[in-house]
Design a binder for this molecule. Structure first.
Ligand code: PLP
Length: 447
């Protein structure tokens, strides 16, 4: 382990000299070194063990270093490391079958990409060519990726410096009762008003100009707002009425995260396209893709699809997906995520919310939960402003880390998103650390 720590120190020095970090002012960051990871835990540059309640970028759904996935990658590397996408390869064919068997409805074909953002780019391209229309609707409080179209569709502050207005993106408000844009009093009213708002927006924008609506089935980074019953079915109905393609972005919510293979399965709707990445192989090798309905696939039966990538269906990545999906099935990992959410993590977080005045709301399902921190429970003023951070939030996150928990943090929220493989005792350990950290948050609450 001492060697790993020494390597970690050297890595940090080189990082600060040569690595250019995403979304960051390069001189103002002090990144955490990770020297090892196993299951639900990571070890930092000082050798401290941290319970990984972030699943990194909410992608290690199967936990760190799952032996079956590691072995599958090694085996594939020994057999066939890479091959060009026009050629059939066994890993890609099998991964496509396993994914198609798990998507709802007739989403039977899979186009593979390198990650989530390019999955979104291709889904939008397919929708535009399929409909002959250009505009794409997406919600505020969403994230769809860091490439041009995907970042313009994104409804969070990361879009602002990247928005050149050429993407055809139009944003709308989705349902979020705790911070309702519709002055709604309950989920049913929120749902109805959010659908009326979307319908009105489409009428004003021109239904025949709109190619697609893209929606995270459960918005992730933006706050894990589980949609009210009927909302996604309502969106489906609106799309059908106007001939608009419904793209479900399941990059973060898919592959077990919500306790179902896909989050749309909770709501009994079938989109036309599903974008996925992250959990499909837990990010062990970069992979994403688009699951495509028969009708959209048929658009490109006789007419070429004008898009591709050198690594579409890369054998190492798709072999990792095959091993991941099979292990998740064999070890009932999706069921574990559902049970943990219903029996341990959900109740535990609700208990914390009841005891800590700094917790405005907890919400989520499966192993996908947000803790919304407020400075004032009465006004719901967030503990950090939208798009920003605060000394109070930094203190709370610091308390998590010094006590051995690595959370996912966004603005005024802490997300509890452990791997789908997490055990009951690990969740209890995480809840106890959150309890301590929330006491720090409570000190910042105005009474
Ligand atoms: N879509 C959603 C819902 C995401 O959460 C993300 C990443 O967090 C993306 C798309 C982009 O994926 P990637 O970072 O793999 O490009």
């Amino acid at each position: 382990f001492d060697t790993a720590l020494a390597q970690g120190r050297r890595a940090y020095e080189l990082d600060r000299k040569h690595v250019f970090h995403s979304w960051s002012a390069q001189a103002k960051i002090d990144p955490m070194t990770i020297v090892a990871a196993q299951g639900s835990y990571v070890w930092d540059g000082e050798g401290n063990r941290l319970l990984d309640f972030s699943s990194q970028m909410v992608n290690t759904n199967i936990g760190h270093q799952h032996p079956k996935v590691v072995a599958a990658i090694a085996e594939q590397a020994a057999t066939l490391c890479t091959i060009a996408p026009p050629h059939v390869n066994a890993a890609r064919s099998e991964a496509a079958r396993l994914i198609a068997e798990r998507t709802p409805g007739d989403l039977n074909r899979v186009f593979f990409t390198n990650g989530g953002a390019d999955a979104v780019e291709h889904a939008v391209r397919m929708a535009r060519l399929h409909t002959g229309r250009y505009k794409v609707l997406s919600r505020y409080r969403s994230y769809h990726g860091g490439t041009d179209t995907a970042i313009n569709l994104t409804g969070d502050p990361r879009r602002w410096p990247n928005d050149y207005g050429t993407s055809g993106a139009v944003h709308f408000d989705g349902p979020f009762l705790y911070r309702s844009a519709f002055h709604a009093f309950d989920e049913q009213q929120e749902c109805q008003r959010a659908l009326e708002h979307l319908d009105r927006l489409i009428a004003m924008e021109g239904p025949t100009t709109i190619a697609a609506i893209i929606l995270e089935s459960v918005p992730g980074t933006a706050g894990i707002m589980v949609p009210p019953a009927g909302y996604l079915a309502g969106v489906r109905e609106i799309c059908d009425r106007y001939g608009i393609v419904y793209i479900a972005d399941e990059v973060m919510a898919g592959f077990g995260r919500t306790g179902e293979w896909f989050a749309v399965n909770h709501f009994d709707v079938t989109p036309d396209l599903i974008t996925f990445a992250k959990g499909v192989n837990s990010g062990y090798v970069p992979l994403g893709g688009v699951a495509i309905s028969e009708a959209i696939a048929a658009t490109f039966a006789d007419r070429p699809y004008p898009g591709g990538l050198t690594y579409s269906g890369h054998p190492l990545a798709t072999a990792a997906a095959v091993a991941t999906i099979n292990a998740m099935e064999d070890e009932q990992i999706v069921q574990n995520a559902a049970r943990i959410g219903a029996d341990v993590l959900g109740p535990g977080l609700r208990d914390l919310a009841a005891r800590h005045p700094s917790v405005g709301e907890v919400r989520g399902l499966g192993v996908f939960w947000a803790i919304e921190l407020v400075a004032d429970p009465a006004t719901r003023e967030p503990l950090a402003p939208y798009g920003g951070t605060s000394a109070a939030m930094n203190e709370v996150v610091g308390a998590c880390k010094t006590n051995g928990l690595l959370p996912f943090v966004n603005f005024n929220r802490i997300h509890a998103a452990p791997p789908c493989t997490v055990g009951d005792d690990e969740v209890r350990e995480g809840l106890a650390i959150l309890d301590t950290a929330l006491s720090v948050a409570d000190r910042h609450v105005v009474h």
